[in-house]
Design a protein around this ligand. Structure first.
Ligand code: TRP
Ligand code: ZN
Length: 872
């Protein structure tokens, strides 16, 4: 293991590689216990006289050959981190041949070559390839790849690697071989192989550029049918990228493999994407609507990386958001174009404001492009992905679709087959649009969420209205300079009509409407108004900022009714709910007046009774701000007080609208039976948002009926959640039945385990511990760890923050155990403590005490780096 205390890697220290790999020829002798890898690297030296150093970790070196000559042990230097080859120094080119041994079955890190079930798989991003072969493991070394896989035919009937398959043959003694070639220059983090007994669904199609393409989605075993939906999603993604971005697929085959053991969501390896099975396998019996939508979105994400990440890759890992933020933006647009733009925006902003804002305000806050890191795996965060996507979205808002598309085309063509930086990206957009948008780069350098404080002034006598806008630095980054903010807004007159843009302002108008604010202060002025207008700011969440603008409860109620787009209406309702909740939690200096709660309930009641309102939209309105969002809105958070306030408000809401809730739930029953059509999903979304409220009043009758008569997993799971979380009669019986019926399906088992872990009661802790004492506890399976401990730590504030500190201790103890198995999984779990600096002193004290023992033992670089950033 590398030294956790070694100096950090710094962006400022970047140097181009002294040596590069032009071509790689790999031969694998695959076996789960003991695999062998022979690699021939065609190396070129670009800095004459530079030593040849290769990365390599946990490799059993058998021998080395340089230009056909076996090297003696004193001709190279081998360490825990790699290899230096002395006789290569001074050469302009050479061929290095190495043979190493690997132990896939013992690889619980799931990085490099590992076993999952009967499959052998690889995961190389970010720095996993060095666990497969000696290599120059950095993203700006782009090589051409040829991969030969050999294995026993009976155990490994399917042999897949990146690129196109160029040959296949049977060998002696029951073995066989497949050779794959990837003609596109590709860094090693995009290398992949998959071998074992797999079945596939498949489709042939012709790309917009007339290329014949075979799409395959593979899963372990004999039954590929659960891959059917994912295959459709691949095809939709491919067509969408052709149409919206003019990007075509560039190989003859696109393979996707589902893996039961996988650390993250999925991986965009060139020509061979490997996915967490939960983002592939789905049918109506075993997957919820949310699962289907997540599959489509992740399939799209990985597919879109083929251009944003693979054809144009990263110069170094500091540029991570260049591929991730951009690709999240692309997958968001894919979902918005295919389904509902308003709903997608609501979901994304909910995640951003709930989780990313919290990350950006907490102990682990970092800029989208950090200046340094110890372990790059710790930077695959909401900030790099979601805030990164928001920055791209701001660029899109600023330039408009046509200029943005021209900038993307220019970026892709200028950097095709190369490794790029964020500067390259903004230079391409500036050149294509004629708008110098390189000032957006400031967003990447500064952590924290900027504040827009807005005051309004109406001079009735002169009919003059002003918005005085001040941009303040994030609370945790004092002194940060103003960032360019594309602000979309509207002014509503007394009749709810939108007024024209301001007559006077000192900002730059954007082509699609709205203004680009560049300074700390701006004044926007309207003249000749008969009455005071009602402003709506940050329409569509045009910038990821905290907006401080005081409204009365009545005004917020008007916005919920009259704002033009769904997002603004939802946003006004959330703001109202937030105000009421914070007041109830005593977390507000000045109590919100009683009319705030009345306005909230009136707005929700009106939505409930409005048969014309889109059911999915109403559902989103009934999802009140979560604890992360509440905690984020106050300087010091008492998590249990926030939980109690939310509980009490939900109780009141259930009581106030009891009849209307039941009526709307019943009215949607027929529509909810329509399979996977968008309208049926919307009906279910609303029914299932209302069900927990109904369950508070009816003792579980509606939920039990839904469970008994469920027409698919979406209904069954919603019913089970309502029953288990309310702890009503029949809950345990339903859980036992559900668990037994799906005992052989690990993904569905994760679902009910997740419900147990998130039951909003302090006793959920004992339930989690009880499960950990059964064979269902699989600490080496990341999905199971996430379902049980991730759910507990991240989505069960009532138990995690328990007053006796037992929740914190459980998680801290498990971080220590998991760290020895899979450091990435352990580090992610530790992230549950990121809010610690802003927890009320009693909570923070208990959390620090729980973390103290973790600081003693030997830790991975992943966990050590996060521990160092959490307050001791
Ligand atoms: N590049 C992947 C994506 O966002 C995510 C990823 C990074 C990953 N590191 C990983 C996936 C490690 C699995 C394991 O699409
Ligand atoms: Zn990605």
């Amino acid at each position: 293991m590398r030294d956790p205390d070694a100096a950090p890697v710094r962006l400022a220290d970047y140097r181009p590689p002294a040596w590069t790999v032009e071509a790689v020829d790999l031969v694998f002798e695959l076996d789960r216990e003991e695999s062998e890898v022979e690699a021939v690297l065609a190396l070129r030296c670009d800095v004459p006289g530079a030593p040849l150093r290769l990365d390599g970790e946990a490799l059993a070196l058998r021998w080395l050959e340089l230009d056909g000559r076996r090297l003696a042990v004193d001709e190279f230097h081998l360490t825990n981190e790699g290899l230096e080859v002395f006789p290569a120094q001074g050469l302009a080119r050479c061929r290095l041949r190495s043979r190493v041994g690997l132990r896939p079955a013992a690889n619980t890190r799931l990085e490099g070559l590992y076993a999952s079930g009967r499959l052998l798989l690889t995961q190389c991003e970010a720095e996993g390839f060095r666990r497969i072969s000696f290599f120059i493991d950095r993203p700006d070394v782009l090589a051409r790849w040829r991969t030969t896989l050999r294995a026993e035919r009976a155990r490994y009937p399917v042999l897949l690697a990146g690129g196109n398959r160029i040959s296949e043959r049977v060998l002696e003694d029951g073995r066989h071989e497949a050779v794959w070639e990837n003609p596109h220059p590709t860094p090693c983090y995009l290398f992949a192989l998959a071998a074992g007994p797999m079945a596939r669904v498949s489709k042939r199609l012709t790309g917009a550029d007339s290329r014949e393409i075979e799409l395959n989605v593979w899963v372990e075993g004999e039954d590929p049918e659960p891959c059917r939906y994912a295959l459709g999603a691949v095809e939709r993604a491919l067509r969408w990228d052709e149409q919206r971005f003019g990007r075509c697929y560039d190989l003859g085959v696109f393979n996707v493999v589902a893996a039961q053991d996988f650390t993250m969501g999925a991986m965009e390896n060139k020509g061979l994407n490997i996915f967490n099975a939960r983002y592939i396998l789905a049918d109506e019996r075993s997957a919820t609507d949310a699962d289907f939508l997540a599959i489509e979105s992740v399939v799209g994400h990985e597919y879109f990386h083929n251009w944003s990440g693979n054809r144009v890759t990263l110069r170094d890992w500091f540029q991570l958001s260049l591929k991730e933020g951009l690709t999240v933006f692309r997958d968001q647009e894919f979902t918005a174009d295919l389904h509902s733009r308003d709903l997608k925006r609501i979901e994304d902003v909910r995640l951003l404001r709930g989780r990313q804002f919290a990350e950006d305000a907490g102990a682990l806050a970092h800029p989208v492009r950090p200046a340094e890191y110890r372990e790059i795996n710790n930077f695959y965060t909401l900030t790099v992905y979601e805030k990164g996507a928001e920055i791209i979205r701001m660029l899109h808002t600023r330039l408009g679709e046509a200029a943005f598309r021209a900038g993307m085309d220019r970026y892709f063509s200028e950097h095709d087959g190369r490794a790029a930086t964020l500067e390259d990206f903004y230079a391409a957009h500036s050149a294509a649009s004629g708008v110098d948008c390189r000032d957006m780069l400031a967003w990447y350098a500064q952590a924290g969420t900027p504040v827009l404080a807005v005051e309004r002034h109406f001079d009735a006598e002169h009919g003059r209205f002003e918005l005085r806008i001040e941009q303040r630095p994030p609370a945790n980054v004092p002194g940060a300079g103003p960032l360019p903010i594309p602000l979309r807004f509207a002014l509503l007159d007394a009749f709810g009509h939108a007024l024209p843009p301001p007559a006077v302002h000192d900002a730059e108008a954007m082509p699609g409407g709205g203004l680009l604010l560049r300074h700390a202060r701006h004044v926007l002025r309207w003249e000749g108004l008969a009455a005071e207008p009602l402003p709506v700011l940050n329409l569509g969440f045009s910038a990821p900022v905290r907006l401080e603008l005081a409204y009365t409860a009545l005004e917020r109620g008007r916005l919920v009714r009259e704002a033009r787009d769904g997002f603004a209406r939802w946003d006004a309702l959330q703001a109202l709910a937030l105000e009421v909740l914070l007041d109830r939690a005593g977390a507000r200096p000045a109590p919100a007046p009683a009319e705030a709660e009345a306005a909230l309930f009136a707005a929700l009641g009106a939505l409930l009774g409005d048969a014309a309102a889109h059911p999915a939209f109403v559902a989103e309105c009934f999802v009140l701000p979560d604890i992360d969002t509440l905690a984020d809105a106050v300087p010091v958070a008492d998590p249990l007080a926030l939980v109690a306030a939310r509980e009490a408000l939900l109780e009141r809401l259930a009581e106030t609208h009891a009849e209307a809730l039941a009526a709307r739930f019943a009215a949607l029953e027929a529509a909810a039976g329509g399979g996977l059509a968008d309208a049926a999903m919307a009906a279910r979304r609303l029914r299932h948002a209302l069900l927990p409220l109904i369950t508070r009043r009816d003792g579980g009758a509606a939920a039990r009926a839904l469970f008994a008569g469920a027409r698919g997993m979406d209904e069954r799971f919603a019913a089970l959640r309502a029953l288990l979380h309310a702890g009503v009669e029949g809950a345990e019986a339903a859980r036992v039945r559900f668990a037994a019926e799906f005992a052989d399906d690990p993904l569905v088992t994760d679902k009910w385990i997740g419900l147990v872990a998130t039951r909003p009661r302090p006793e959920a802790l004992e339930a989690v511990q009880a499960l950990m004492a059964t064979p269902l506890w699989l600490p080496a399976n990341p999905n199971r760890v996430r379902a049980l401990l991730g759910g507990f730590a991240r989505s069960n504030p009532a138990a995690f923050h328990r007053a006796d500190g037992a929740g914190y201790r459980l998680v801290a103890e498990q971080v220590a155990l998991l760290d020895a198995i899979n450091p990435q999984v352990a580090a992610r779990l530790l992230g549950a403590f990121e809010g610690l600096p802003r927890w009320a002193p009693a909570f923070a004290g208990r959390a620090r005490a729980a973390l103290a023992p973790l600081r003693q033992g030997e830790r991975s670089r992943d966990v050590a780096e996060l521990l160092a950033r959490l307050p001791a």
